[in-house]
Every structure is written in C-alpha cells, then in structure tokens.
Design a protein around this ligand. Structure first.
Ligand code: COA
Length: 170
C-alpha cells in the first residue's frame, strides 16, 4: 500500500469513501466536482485493488493548512494507514514551509497521538470565515480543534518574508 498524490482516476473512490463516513455523520460530504477542484490537495493510500484511504491538506495561505476529509475504508482501519496519511500530509506541509496545520475532528485522540495539540476554534478564524459561518451545525458543533505547530523555522520564515510563494510539491 502506497501513499501518493491523488489522480483524476481516484475521484470516484475518494467520493465514495468520504460519502460512507458522511452517511454516518462523521465527515462532511464532498461531491465529485468539489473533489476534482481540490484534487491537488488530496493524498491517497492505494494499491492495485484501489483506494483504501484519503486525506486532503487544504492550504489557506502560505502559513496555514487544514487536514480534511481523512478516511480509511472500514476493511482497512487499524493497520496504520490513517497515521501514514496524516504523517505524509504533515511532511508535505513541512516542504511547503507551512507553519501550522489544524484539524477539526471527532477523533481528537487520534490526532494527539500524531503530535497535534488541542486548540480553540476561535483561533482558526480562517476556517470560521470560510466554512463554519455557512454550516447549519455551527451552533451545536461538537468537533474539537487541534493544531500541529510545525518547525519554528517555518513560522520565522513567514514573519521574515510575508510575500513568500508556496513551494511546489513533489
Ligand atoms: C480515524 C481513522 C482515519 C483512523 O485510521 P486508522 O488507519 O484506523 O488509524 P491507524 O491504524 O493509523 O491508528 C494510529 C493510532 O491511532 C489510534 N486510533 C485510531 N483511530 C482512533 C480514534 N478514532 N481515536 C483515537 N485513537 C485512534 C490507533 O489505535 C493507533 O494507535 P497506536 O499507534 O498506539 O497503535 C479511521 O478510523 C477513519 O477513517 N475513521 C472515520 C473517519 C474519521 O473519523 N476521520 C477523522 C476525522 S477528520
């Protein structure tokens, strides 16, 4: 099983995987158009038999990104794929010199094991402005905010050079 960038041919399987957990109310649903538009952000865990997991590292600006749409197919949970997907997304963020990566999740302990620290939604105004204000569940939302602070060097890089362009990935 390899973790790699998503390809257009993966879109139906990514959609189905997210839809499975969206049906259980765990993930937000995403249609094929939305996934295609954001395909460059997606990584998949896949082998010859297809996609077994996915994650999206959505970049808000050069200093901040979000882990979204993390899912492992039920038949393959508990084998380390979720952790590999998140670690690869964090490596990708490091290469882009992103300072902070956050997740809003119903599985906070999973992220704490991977080095994320509890945070507050108020500190993530970019997320609130983009998504939460449009969400019908905003007032009753039970998701926990967590943040991975990547190297201090990345943060300093952005303080020193606000005009930096993201580094192309791979
Ligand atoms: C959460 C999810 C991605 C985990 O994937 P996975 O491949 O089963 O996780 P891993 O096998 O890599 O687990 C890594 C570690 O986290 C632990 N873990 C797994 N799921 C966990 C959870 N929901 N809560 C707390 N810890 C969890 C594992 O026990 C393992 O611990 P270890 O390193 O001590 O052995 C998967 O269960 C899933 O797709 N869930 C539905 C969608 C979802 O909840 N997405 C996250 C919300 S954004």
């Amino acid at each position: 099983m390899r973790v790699r960038r998503a390809r257009p041919a993966d879109i139906p399987e990514i959609r189905a995987l997210i839809a499975h957990y969206a049906g259980e109310g765990i993930l937000l649903p995403r249609d094929e158009h939305d996934i295609r538009r954001h395909l460059d952000f997606f990584l998949v865990a896949a082998d010859r038999s297809g996609v077994a997991g996915c994650v999206s590292l959505e970049v808000y600006h050069p200093a901040l990104a979000e882990i979204r749409s993390l899912a492992v197919t039920p038949a393959k949970v508990g084998r380390g794929l979720g952790a590999r997907l998140v670690k690869t997304a964090l490596e990708r963020a490091e290469r882009r010199r992103i300072a902070r990566v956050f997740a809003l999740t119903s599985s906070p302990d999973f992220f704490v094991r991977l080095g994320f620290e509890p945070s507050t939604r108020h500190s993530l105004h970019e997320k609130i402005d983009r998504d939460c204000i449009h969400c019908s569940k905003a007032r009753t939302c039970q998701l926990t905010a967590l943040v991975a602070n990547l190297s201090a060097a990345n943060a300093a890089f952005h303080i020193l050079d606000e005009s930096v362009e993201p580094v192309p990935v791979e």
